[in-house]
Structure formats: C-alpha cells, structure tokens
Design a protein around this ligand. Sequence first.
Ligand code: IVH
Length: 700
Amino acid sequence: MAEDLEKIRQEIERLRREIERHNYLYYVKSEPEISDAEYDALLARLKELEEKYPQFYDPNSPTQRVGAPPAEEFRAVEHPVPLLSLDKVNSPEEFDEFVNRALRMLGDVSPEQLDFTATPKLDGLSVRLRYENGALVLGATRGDGFRGEDVTANVRTIRNLPHYLLSEEAARLPVVEFRGEVIFHKDDFERLNAELAARGEKTFVNARNGAAGSLRQLDPNITAQRPLKVYVYEVLLAEGKEFESHWEMLEFIESAGLPVVPYRKYCRTKDDVHRYFEWASENRDSLPFEVDGVVIKINRVEYQRRLGEVSHHPRWAVAWKFPSQEAVTTLLDVEWSVGRTGAVTPVAILEPVFVGGATISRATLHNEDEIARLGIKIGDRVVVKRAGDVIPEVVRPLTELRTGDEKDIVPPEHCPVCGAKLSRPPGEVIRRCPNRFCPAQVAESIKHFVSRKAFDIEGLGDKQIETLLKNNLISDAADLFSLKPEQLVKLERWGEKLATKIVNNIQNAKKIPLERFLFALGIPGVGEHLAQVLTEHFAKVVAEEKKGGKFKIDGERWSNSDIFERLRRATFDELVAINEIGPATAQSIIDFFADEHNQRFLKKLFAAGVEIVEPAVESEGEKPLEGLTFVFTGELDSMTRAEAQELVRKLGGRAASSVSRKTDYVVVGKNPGSKYTKAQQLGVKIINEEEFLRMVGLKK
Ligand code: IVH
C-alpha cells in the first residue's frame, strides 16, 4: 500500500513538473509543444489524483492557479534586502552627468571601461519573489522598500510566473529572490476595463492602477481572473551564486525559466544608451505595455559595489524618463465643431500646456455622453493626455480643486456654423447638423476627399481649401478638377509656380483605384477598411456574373468602374449579406447612392475626368499567392500592415484579420499580438517578414 501511494505521489510530482514546463513554454517562450486538448488532459489527470489523494496538496500545484480562499488582510513581510527606488534623469545631458559622476567616484575607471544594460521601465507594481529549493514560496509587494505585504496567493495566479524554477542550477539554490514588475499588457487591460464596464463595475483609470488593484485583492480568485503578467529584472539574493555583471544576472533569470523584462539591451558605451533611449521613445506607443522611461544600469557588479547607494537609490542605476504624456491644465471653454457628416462634437479649449513633447491648447472631449460620464465643467482643472500621434484628449477633471465658479457645459441647439436646428435621434450620442450645404460640412468633406488615403492631393491643406471656398472658386470637391492656375494666382500669396503645381497635382490624382474612390466619397460608416471589403466583394460578384453571362462578354477584362456601377445598384439584402457590413451601414450606402444630390456629384466627378482604375501595382496576371490566406501580426519593417495586405491581394491571395484553421500563413513582425499565440495553438505555419518578402519575390 505504502508503495502504491509512493507511486501516486511520484505521478503527481511528474504531472506537476510537466504541466509547469508546458506553462513556461506557452506563457514565457510562446513556443508550446502540445495542443490545448493535450494540456487539458494532463491537468484533468492531475486534478483527479489531487482530489483522491488530498495528502499530496501543494499550494504550488498548477491546479492552484485558480486562486486560494480569500484572506482577512495581508500579512506584513520584512524584506531581507531593501527594495530600493531609482534616481531619475530627464534629458541626455542629465544622463551624461549621471555617467560622469559615477566615473568621478570610481576614479581609476576610464569611460571605455564602463558598459551598461538598458531595459524598458515598466509602469506597474514592484514585487519580490522568493524561491526555496526551486519552489515559489513567497510573493510580496514593495511597500515602503523595507516592509511589504504578503501577496503569495495572488502572485501564484499570474500565468507567466513559474511556480518552480526551471534550470537545475537555479533550482539547486536553497534560496533565491527576484524582483520584478506586475503589469497589464495594454490589450489585456482594455479588455478587462470593457468587461468591468459591461458588468456595471468600476473601471480602472490606467493600467498601473489596474495592476495594483488586481494584485492587492484579498480574494485571489479575483486576481486569477485578471490577465496580469510579471516581468523580472533583478536577482535580489542568491545564496551561493556570484554574478560579474548585470547582463549575466538577466541571463540567469532567463535560464531559470522566469519571464525576464523584454526588450533588454546590452550597451557597450554611453552612446549606445542614447540610441536605446531614442529607440524606446520612438517605439513607446507600439510596445505591448505602458512604459514610462528606460532603466539604465552600470553593468559590472564590481563597479556597482564600489559606487554603493544613498538612502533610497543606488548610484549605479538610473531611470531615464520619457516626457510625461499627461499634464494638468484649465478647461477654458468648449467649442462645438461640425464634421463632414454633420456630427457636432465638443472640443476642449485649454490653457496651453506642454505635454508629450508639445504644447497643446485644444483636445477632444469625444461626445456629450463622455462629458456627462466625466462630469466635467468649464473652469475645471483637468488632466489631459497626449500620446504619440493620437489626438490629445481630456482624461478627467480634478473635482477636488473646484472653486464653485465652474460652469456646466451646455450643448448647442443650433449649428454653430450655419444656424440650422440640430437633431439628435434617440439612442444616438451625437447631435447632427441636418444642412448638407452647411459651410462646415462642405469644407470638411472636401478636406476628406483630398486626404492621403483618399485622392491624396498634395499641397491642398485645410487652409488652402478654406481659401478656395471663401473665394467661391469651388463649391464641392468635383470643382477642384476644373481649377486653372490663373484663378489661383489671383489669390493671396499663391505664386505662379505654386498655383501650377497644385493644379498639376489635382490633375494627376484623377485616376484612382476603387477602394480609395469609395473612401473619398465619405459615405457615413464606410471607412478605409469597409471600402476595401466592398471593392473585393463586388469584384467577385462582377466576375461571377460575367461568367454566368449576365454581362456581355466582349473579350475585355471587367474593370473597376464596372465594379463601382455594380456596387451602386446593390440592394440592401445584398449588402447586409456581406461579412462586416451591418444593417446601418448597408442602409447608409443605399441612401447615399439614392440621393439625387450625390448622383449629381458623381456625374460631375466623372464628367471632370475622374476615372476609376486598377490599383497601380499590377501583378500582370500572375497570381503566385492564389488560394493562400495570410494574417499579419506585429509591425513590419519594410511596409505597413495595410500595404502588406494589399500586396497579398494583388498577388491573388487573401488577407484575413483573424487566425483560424483556414489560415495558411501568419506573418509575424515586431511585437506581435495574440494572433501569434493563436497561430501556435492552431499549428498554423508562422513565417517572419524576410520569409514573406521572399515569397512575394521582393527579396532573394
Ligand atoms: S530596476 C535598485 N528595472 O521602477 C532599483 N526597475 O522608479 C532596481 N521599474 O520601484 C530597479 N521597470 O518598480 C528596474 N526594468 C526595470 C523597471 C523598474 C520598472 C520600477 C521599479 C522601481 C521603480 C523605480
């Protein structure tokens, strides 16, 4: 009997290690070896044995990742080594000063001898992780650096954190402690907030607060449902192990099977650090998690020891911060702006403030419901955010700073530009100006018409279009095509050269592929993507109908203008039957083409010489990707994702937006998203950018 039990114990142990290894392959390496079904089978067997033999309970068992029973309060824990903070620098000069100070203190070390490590500074919650004889025994928050809270049960639910160290070398150590950051990936965080909102629960202000709120939950079952991740950046303590450099330490962390902080870089020189900072600043928005700077460490442990630390931070490491993307300013007023479809939206007029590397004085307030949700008033001190190329937005008011003089924001009843009475259909968040000749709508739709993804007419910016309208040289976009240089020269400040150039640009834009043409029309609900979907769909319809003899077969290939004519005649039923097109959009397309004014406008365009043509890059009939479906994830170096999809279509393939068993190839660029994991799970073939370029003949 005892022997049987011993056998069971061994099987349980084996299963635990095996499942843990698959967790690691899946969550840390993103290289699973088995399918979900096989994984589930292993887990089910382990659960069965653990239920039958409760004497073998182990809090580190992979079955325990669902969360332990709630705690009354967190236990306080002393940190054996204090969890220090970091000194900050805000500019290249300040960073150089940090380096020079270190060199001065070290005395006999030359600048050439000093190397560095660089990692992103993750914006989350710092944790200490203790492993004894290879098993996770403690997870604690940083607290004040000396004492934190015991959050072991919660830490155990974090999917990418192994409960056992992987390498023999690490598992042999009696005690090893790590330090890392608990965070949310941006997409996980957005999904979580959407779920919370859908359930009517309170949402988190940002990913950092979300991570803190989720980790410091008394009920680990709740933490288990939050898609937290942890990344490790330091060994705090390793009895019986010496490191010569921080880089070596990071490699040890990785070999131990822990998720080491991603995008780390060894920097041979100070200049390499400058380059790393630039790289991180430029790519900040496309990283999968929030990053508020980079952490630079002097690499050699000997120098670290000699430099030592001051009360709360080491002299051998520094946080080089990005300019803040959030700032506080005053909401001076709200302007209501009229868009090309008549939508009237609120724009915040702000006291100018420097944020995210630029001074802003306007920001979006989205819509009336958003204003109500934020409870914002004119005169409020507000938090504004400017992240990368995203339009600056008002995040929230600081209601605690109110004086009582703030005024409510009152949406207008009449169009601020033409005075027409605004409509707000029940259930809609947006008021609209019903007057299609409203000067604001006309100007905005012409701006849209000439924009980069539409007719792409260079030299015609917002100012120029407003000047043309003001001087009555145009009344709609079709009029652009009959402009003469002489007419433009008469306008202020437009010299002959510039006038000729703009007219040439306009004339050269007349030939346009169908998807761009559709986008340019500005049919409500039809953006860049749906324009593409419609083009593809009706190309197929026309091809089918020609085969079926509904069209005269005259030996000529059907053209894109045939496709447009076909789309124009499409019925509501035909349109809603298309994937991705809902009833509202279908109706909007029908209404657009049924409208007499629009019909006149289209006639005018074609009369002016606008011609719908095949896309510029032709594959000369050769379709090397015929029958193949591609999905792209992550950033490509040589082209945008949209361009790559376009290329696939030109070469006869299909570009899909999500991975399924029918996908033939998933092309993985930098910072791939969940499609990558999905592809691995489904066993879809994964290729990198270079392999893709070779397939399409762009690389040998
Ligand atoms: S190293 C001696 N590396 O930033 C301090 N810290 O402002 C060693 N943090 O409390 C810290 N990402 O929570 C380090 N890649 C990274 C980090 C990082 C985020 C946090 C950490 C620390 C704070 C200091």
